[in-house]
Ligand binder design. Structure first.
Ligand code: ATR
Length: 263
């Protein structure tokens, strides 16, 4: 039996145990995957992670509010993937040659979901709304697929700082004020926290072929605005980030067409 956890605060609502258990059943391995509550401070998080891996744990997911803190822990005592470095955040932990390894599968999960929906990103105009952690995590995977990325944020200075940080890593993106959002995009992605907090975004005169809200499970005023576009919520991103974590930990490939009907 291989042991896995997802660390968060709060955590009891997490869908990860059901998703990973379904993956394990599909590929025929025996796992336990449980929710791990952690107090919201660095020392507690470090203690939880160390206790889990010292006790023989194979892999951990990390969710809110710990993704950035886990990045700091891996920087101190472990190693990080390119995706985690770009995102400045970790959602997946494993041991690599006995050392803690932090990865980030969120952005790749979003891109995989777009690809599964038949969306070709090469040379396409992609607008991302928001300039927080969710945006940071998705930029590298989008750019790797050849997308031309523009970030629009309510606080323009945050978008500009984000773009400057990416330039130092050799990645060019455009940065704008959300107020300047106008015209047509191939793909528009909501990476703000507005849907979670039930706020509406001031979207003005903008259209898109595909509208993607990273959130799921709540009515999205963002998706409603793009009623002429193909609308996708973040459920597929959740399932794909989980699939990528599971594949990293187990080396097994998950056929989502076979597992989706059970989720
Ligand atoms: P996350 O890590 O999930 O990205 P975050 O770092 O708190 O969360 O970032 C939230 C993003 O949503 C920010 O870009 C925020 O804009 P500001 O930088 O101007 O604060 C954006 N956001 C949240 N609510 C918003 C709203 N009602 N309208 C527009 N942008 C909003």
């Amino acid at each position: 039996m291989q042991h896995f956890i997802v660390i968060g605060n709060p955590i009891s609502h997490s869908k990860s145990p059901d998703i990973h258990t379904a993956f394990a059943r599909l590929v025929g391995i025996d796992i336990s995957y449980r929710c791990q509550f952690c107090p919201d401070d660095f020392d507690s998080l470090r203690a939880v992670i160390e206790a889990f891996f010292n006790g023989g744990g194979v892999g951990a997911n990390v969710t809110l509010p710990f993704k950035e803190m886990t990045f700091d822990i891996c920087q101190e005592v472990g190693t990080l993937s390119e995706y985690a470095k770009n995102a400045g955040a970790v959602n997946t932990l494993a041991l690599k040659n006995g050392t803690l390894f932090g990865d980030n599968t969120d952005g790749q999960g979003l891109v995989a979901d777009l690809v599964n929906h038949g969306v070709d990103l090469y040379n396409k105009k992609v607008a991302i709304l928001g300039a927080g952690g969710a945006t940071r995590g998705v930029i590298l995977p989008l750019v790797q697929r050849g997308a031309r990325v523009s970030v629009f944020n309510r606080t323009p200075s945050k978008a500009h700082i984000l773009a400057q940080n990416f330039i130092t890593q050799g990645i060019t993106i455009n940065a704008h004020a959300l107020d300047d959002l106008t015209g047509h995009f191939d793909v528009i992605i909501n990476a703000t926290s507005a849907t979670t907090t039930g706020q509406t975004l001031d979207l003005g005169d903008v259209s898109a072929d595909v509208a993607y809200d990273m959130m799921y499970g709540k009515p999205s005023a963002f998706l409603k605005h793009f009623h002429h576009a193909e609308q996708i919520d973040g459920m597929g991103m959740l399932i794909n980030q989980a699939r990528l974590s599971f594949e990293l930990w187990t080396g097994r490939t998950v056929d989502l067409d076979k597992v989706m009907p059970n989720l």
